[in-house]
Write a protein that binds this ligand. Structure first.
Ligand code: CDP
Length: 212
């Protein structure tokens, strides 16, 4: 079974994807980490995130980068959203993600274009969303827990800028796949969000089984 989980920053998609993977005993890939690895490689090699050829060169990143704690910083998230808009970067990372999705037994992947580009054949597709102010509150709390000093207004402005860049880029923008189930986590606890996600996957796979 392939499960695609898409959605904007701090919507809860990562938590939900991890929980679904655990529930169904499937491997999980946080595809954002791949774009973050490109971003960190760009920064470390003093390349320019606005130049497509520079970012393409960084797609050949060292695998050890994927375990680097700096990958998770907000700064790298922001640069990831710039590098990920380049079509050559998306193509360079496409096969790796498709291979992961199509492995025997299936997988859970989360990102921005899983249901639309990477795994259009997914058995269940979820689009996880929450209001920008609630996402900013969650991200702000997360950053503070990691010791970062930043105002909530700045976090909200960053989230809005990232939403705009991710949804307006020409290649593989963040859009709701027409066969995706919408999950709004704005007013749900983590547990209720996970429960709802499982229900949605069950409903989708039941429909698929009945029609196949
Ligand atoms: O967790 P958060 O949403 O902050 O970030 P992420 O999922 O790690 O993704 C970082 C950036 O990578 C996003 O803002 C997107 O621009 C990009 N990305 C993408 O374009 N496609 C994906 N499948 C995953 C991430």
């Amino acid at each position: 079974m392939i499960i695609a989980v898409d959605g904007p920053a701090a919507s809860g998609k990562g938590t939900i994807a991890r929980a679904l993977a655990k529930h169904y005993g499937l491997p999980h890939l946080d595809t954002g980490l791949l774009y973050r690895a490109v971003a960190l490689t760009v920064v470390r090699n003093e390349l320019n995130p606005d130049i497509e050829a520079d970012c393409f060169a960084a797609c050949d990143f060292d695998e050890s980068v994927l375990a680097d704690p700096e990958l998770r910083t907000d700064e790298i998230g922001k640069i990831a959203s710039i590098v990920s808009a380049h079509p050559l970067v998306r193509t360079a990372l496409l096969h790796r993600q498709r291979r992961f999705a199509n492995q025997p037994g299936g997988a859970v992947l989360d990102g921005r274009d899983i249901g639309t580009v990477i795994a259009p054949n997914a058995d269940a597709k979820l689009f996880v969303k929450a209001t920008p102010s609630i996402r900013a509150k969650r991200r702000h709390l997360e950053l503070r827990q990691h010791g970062a000093v930043v105002s909530i207004d700045k976090v909200l402005a960053d989230i809005r800028a990232r939403d705009l860049r991710d949804s307006q880029r020409a290649t593989a923008p963040l859009v709701l796949a027409n066969d995706a189930a919408l999950l709004d986590t704005s007013f749900l606890s983590i547990e209720s969000g996970i429960q709802r996600a499982i229900e949605l996957v069950e409903a989708r796979t039941r429909v698929k089984t009945a029609t196949s």
